[in-house]
Each structure stands twice: as C-alpha cells, then as structure tokens.
Design a binder for this molecule. Structure first.
Ligand SMILES: [Zn+2]
Length: 158
C-alpha cells in the first residue's frame, strides 16, 4: 500500500489554513431507496478540526490518488461505507487556487453499511436534502452547500 503523504496543512489564499497537502475530498452520499432521498452526514468529534458540526466523510488526498479514490477511501475508513454499493454521479470542485476540496456525489440503494467506524465522528445520520441547511454544518460544507444541493437535486434527474 502506497505511503500516505497527504497529511499536512496548507496556508490558503482565502486566509484559512486547510488540511491536506494535495487538497482534500469528501463523499456526499445520497440514499435513493427512501420516500425522500437522504444525505449521509457525520457529527465530528469535539477534538477534531470543526468539532461538534455536521460534515461529510472525507479527508486529505494522497499524491497518488484521484479525488474519487480519496473520497471513497475516507468514507470507508470513517463510516464503514461499502463502496461497491455506490454509483458515482458527479464531482464538485471547490477550488481555492492553492487548495481544492472535491465533493463526490454518489447514490446508493440502502444504507451502504453506514455507521460510525472511527473516533473522528460521534454520530451519523441521514437527512432529507431540504433539512441539511438547518443543521450546524462544518464551515467548509456550509460554504459550498447551495452549489452541492442543486447538483444533488440534478443528480436525481438522470
Ligand atoms: Zn482556501
């Protein structure tokens, strides 16, 4: 297994220090077998960056990975997601220049085995798309949510 080399901070042009030397990626998983499609969120543990807020599973990209590989690996590590149960629909790039966060939008029929799988999160939940913005969101997710929301709704149409 290649060495993990993505861990580290980047001082970004936006004035924020971001995690991930080669950027970062996360998974927006939409469960489509319920009456209303639902987004998987995790509550970040208090000791983590952005602790106590709801976020997508994700983390630093390693130099040998593409962002889909990173997002699926992190979703498996953090939430036990069975990545063979997913269909990738879209990748949204939040490009800051020196740093990029790619959000991979995927669908599943069923819960894909989602659970709390490591100490970085303390709770997991499925939220209807329209209710996500009423939660206390991680600042990064909050910033891109409106774009992600419209892409998520679009992803249901094709
Ligand atoms: Zn930035």
């Amino acid at each position: 297994m290649p060495k993990r080399d993505g861990d580290g901070w980047v001082d970004c042009d936006c004035g924020i220090r971001h995690w991930g030397r080669f950027g970062a990626a996360g998974l927006l998983l939409l469960r489509c077998d319920t009456d209303e499609p639902q987004v998987l969120l995790q509550l970040r543990a208090e000791w983590t960056h952005g602790g106590g807020t709801w976020a997508l599973p994700g983390g630093a990209r390693d130099s040998h990975e593409d962002s889909i590989t990173t997002a699926l690996r992190e979703a498996h590590e953090e939430m036990g997601i069975d990545i063979s149960a997913l269909t990738v629909k879209h990748v949204f790039s939040d490009n800051h220049g020196p740093w990029v966060y790619d959000t991979v939008i995927a669908h599943s029929m069923g819960d894909a085995g989602a659970r709390i799988a490591n100490p970085e999160s303390t709770a997991a939940k499925w939220s209807p798309i329209e209710q996500v913005e009423s939660l206390a969101l991680h600042p990064g997710l909050k910033r891109s949510w409106l774009s992600l929301k419209s892409l998520t709704i679009d992803s249901l149409k094709n």
